[in-house]
Design a protein around this ligand. Structure first.
Ligand code: CA
Length: 225
């Protein structure tokens, strides 16, 4: 229990004992994912990584919709991309966008170790640039997208993802509760405002069905109609 506690990003919204219970009882974490999580926990920005219970939820959603093509915007050290690559079938494809060679070097090591590197197409460039490029290339639609990059562009990422995902596909957005800052009227920095605007827009966006789940730092789940 203590080990999990030391290396798991705390959920702001779930009692830590409940979170530990969930992880210990029902999360089946691949050993390579676990090792990556341990290494990421020593990283100064480790809070940027998703928790194992969120990884399990994302894997379940991918399997539920029969996803084979997954788009990720914001890789960091690769926990979510690895979890998803493991959940996709053999012919699965991950397009992963990030700007950091440094963080994704760690990701690549674990993708190799888990034997899924061949499924993952990593593009190091500003994500909006990569997304515009693949749109003009006319790629096949994706089944699922996950947005977990710089928060100030989250609305643009959402619209770009929506245009690249098939009808019935899912767009997930991480950190949408932003440690509770989205409902604190006194907080008005750009990131918080962008997340607040996204939640408000998604809540009434006729293009999607939507749920906001208070797992980890808040996960918005939108289904393209
Ligand atoms: Ca995140």
């Amino acid at each position: 229990m203590l080990l999990y506690e030391a290396m798991t990003a705390k959920s702001t919204f779930i009692d830590p004992a409940i979170q530990e219970y969930i992880i210990a009882t029902v999360v089946r974490e691949n050993p390579v994912l676990r090792a990556l999580r341990e290494e990421t926990a020593r990283h100064p920005h480790s809070r940027m990584a998703i928790g194992p219970e969120q990884g399990a939820l994302m894997q379940l959603l991918a399997r539920t919709i029969g996803a084979t093509r997954y788009l990720e915007i914001g890789v960091f050290t690769g926990y979510s991309s690895l979890a998803m690559a493991l959940a996709l079938p053999k012919d699965g494809y991950v397009l992963a966008c990030d700007v950091s060679e440094e963080y994704t070097a760690l990701a690549r090591r674990y993708w190799d170790e888990a034997g899924v590197a061949a499924k993952i197409d990593l593009r190091i460039a500003p994500a909006l640039q990569t997304l515009a490029q693949i749109r003009s290339d006319g790629v096949e639609p994706f089944d699922m997208a996950f947005i977990d990059a710089d928060k100030s562009n989250v609305g643009e990422y959402f619209d770009a993802a929506l245009s690249l995902v098939r009808a019935g596909g899912l767009i997930l957005v991480d950190n949408v509760l932003w440690d509770g800052a989205v409902l604190d009227a006194a907080t008005s920095d750009r990131d918080t405002q962008a997340l607040r605007a996204l939640n408000a827009k998604a809540g009434r966006d006729e293009r999607v069905d939507v749920a906001l789940v208070p797992v980890c730092d808040g996960l918005l789940i939108a289904r393209k109609r």
